[in-house]
Structure formats: structure tokens, C-alpha cells
Design a protein around this ligand. Sequence first.
Ligand code: HEM
Length: 71
Amino acid sequence: MSFAADVKPLFRDEDRASMDFAFDLWSYNDVKANAALILERVEDGTMPCDETWSEEKIEIFRDWMAEGCPP
Ligand code: HEM
């Protein structure tokens, strides 16, 4: 798995723009640094603010973290 191929495509243009105040969802370093918080919010369904991620998408993010967040 890699951030570029598997994780970055999970985030839409509008996700990135909306979250710009806190971190850059298309930045490897930012997503890695906030990974636990991001996982918590997509798991509890409070982010993104306008939809809930499918279990399939959450699984990709979880697996990426389990592999040590490879770039
Ligand atoms: C997959 C996409 C998204 C992820 C992973 C995400 C993740 C997060 C996280 C982790 C926080 C907490 C930040 C902190 O406490 O420092 C947050 C806050 C926030 N996000 Fe998002 N976000 C996403 C999309 C969006 C979208 C589409 C909106 C649309 C308005 C949005 C609006 C907000 C707002 C207003 C807050 C601050 C209030 C709160 O913590 O609930 N986010 N988001």
C-alpha cells in the first residue's frame, strides 16, 4: 500500500479545501501526523461533514495505518 496510490485518492477536492484550516489531506506528512484523529472521525461518521465513508474506504485507511503509513 502507499499514500499516493491508496490513501490520497480517498480524499475529494472539497475534503481538502474544507479541512485546509487544520491540515492538508493531500499531504503525506499531514495525514500521517493526524492519522489517528482522521480514522476516529471517519469511523464515527462525523467526517466528512456531508457523507459517511463506506466500510471499504475505512478499511483501506486502517490497513495503511497498520502497515506503518507507507508513503
Ligand atoms: C474525508 C474527509 C475529511 C476528513 C478525514 C476530516 C477530518 C477532520 C478532523 C480529524 C477534524 C478534527 C480536527 C481537529 O480537531 O484538529 C475535522 C474537523 C472539522 N471538519 Fe473535517 N474532515 C473531512 C472533510 C470535511 C468536510 C467535507 C467538511 C465540510 C464542511 C469538514 C468540516 C470540518 C469542520 C467544520 C471541522 C471543525 C469542527 C469539528 O471538529 O467537527 N470536514 N475534520
